[in-house]
Write a protein that binds this ligand. Structure first.
Ligand code: UFG
Length: 323
């Protein structure tokens, strides 16, 4: 298939592009390289530099390439930033999505796999979280993704578009070539890796007084190679709908640091810091629907394997893609 990957220079888009190409698909990457990295685009892909906020640019790109399907990764994805500057998220994530889907309709591209998030659930009432959990986002990032999910529903119903929303839990880990490099970095595992490499003095643990066994927040970390596989399954399966992507295992911040100490053999100093506003204590996926309907089976459910893959990548790229 010919697949049009927006955000193919980003963390999850780059790995999915690599995996599609490995399976023999043709890939066109559309990315503005604002937060992604040119070096993260697989050389076998065609790169179109462009911004989704530029409606004529995305229209032209889809008209010229006529893909069979779109995988839409390009978005801002920082909860904290979205609380400071919500307008950025409604512009890039929502206006960008509207431009993309309008361009798809014009180019007769009738299938989309969309990167959504567990942040659309907000503070869940029940954990593990199933797809039936009410979606009440607690920040503009989650709200922007929920708005797109709602538009997908109507495109599916009224235009017969095949639409899949994949709600990721905590994407983590790396492949041999591609890994996580954000500036500034806010995610736990790359921060822990930077501390192990001596690139930062310590890791701040945001809150140790949560109602969890060791007092720190619990998350469901999912390997990006498994996320990539889920996208490919969603592309090939003849389904529409929303699917949670997680392992169904929760690990606390302390457990992540302990695992990283064991993997790296480094001391990784930690210090206690205040809670980070908006962090739910426990986010764990119920992801049976993806297993059942997409035939998805995570290959790296173990936190140690996830951290090992991140460590290998960070050792090979201590300065990220900049090196
Ligand atoms: N944490 C620390 N210290 C740090 C960084 C993070 O203690 O230096 C903690 C956080 O407080 C949180 C956990 O580690 O409890 C994981 O934090 P991340 O920032 O790595 O990930 P989040 O769970 O906050 O965010 C992820 C995705 C978002 C998504 C969100 C849904 O990155 O895109 O899950 O809640 F929206």
């Amino acid at each position: 298939m010919k697949v049009f990957v927006t955000g193919g220079a980003g963390y999850i888009g780059s790995v999915t592009t690599e995996r599609l190409l490995d399976e023999g698909d043709e890939v066109v990457v559309f990315d503005n390289l604002e937060r992604g990295h040119r070096q993260a685009v697989d050389p076998r892909a065609t790169l179109i530099e462009g911004d989704l906020r530029d409606a004529s640019r995305i229209c032209r790109a889809l008209r010229d390439t006529r893909p069979d399907a779109v995988m839409h990764f390009a978005a801002y994805a920082l909860v904290g930033e979205s609380m400071d500057r919500p307008e950025l998220y409604f512009d890039n994530n929502v206006v960008g999505f509207v431009n993309l889907t309008q361009a798809m309709l014009r180019a007769d591209t009738n299938a989309i796999v969309f990167s959504s998030t567990c942040a659309t659930y907000g503070q869940p009432e029940r954990v593990p979280i199933s797809e039936e959990e009410p979606q009440r986002p607690a920040n503009p990032y989650g709200e922007s993704k929920l708005m797109c999910e709602k538009m997908l529903f109507w495109h599916q119903r009224l235009h017969g578009m095949r639409t899949v929303a994949l709600r990721y839990f905590n994407a983590a880990g790396a492949t041999a070539k591609y890994g996580e490099d954000h500036e500034p970095e806010t995610h736990l595992i790359p921060i822990v890796m930077q501390a192990a490499l001596g690139r930062r003095p310590s890791v701040s643990v945001f809150g140790e007084d949560y109602d969890t066994p060791d007092g720190t927040c619990i998350r469901d970390y999912i390997h990006i190679a498994d996320l990539a596989q889920a996208h490919i399954r969603a592309l090939r399966a003849n389904v529409s709908g929303a699917f949670n992507l997680g392992n169904g295992n929760g690990y606390s911040v302390r457990e992540v640091v302990e695992t990283a100490r064991a993997v790296t053999g480094k001391p990784i100093p930690v210090e206690t810091a205040p809670r980070r506003p908006g962090d739910p204590p426990r986010l764990i996926a119920a992801a049976e629907k993806a297993r059942r309907e997409l035939g998805w089976q995570p290959a790296f459910p173990d936190l140690r394997a996830i951290v090992e893959s991140a460590w290998n990548w960070h050792c090979a790229h201590p300065d990220g893609y900049a090196a």
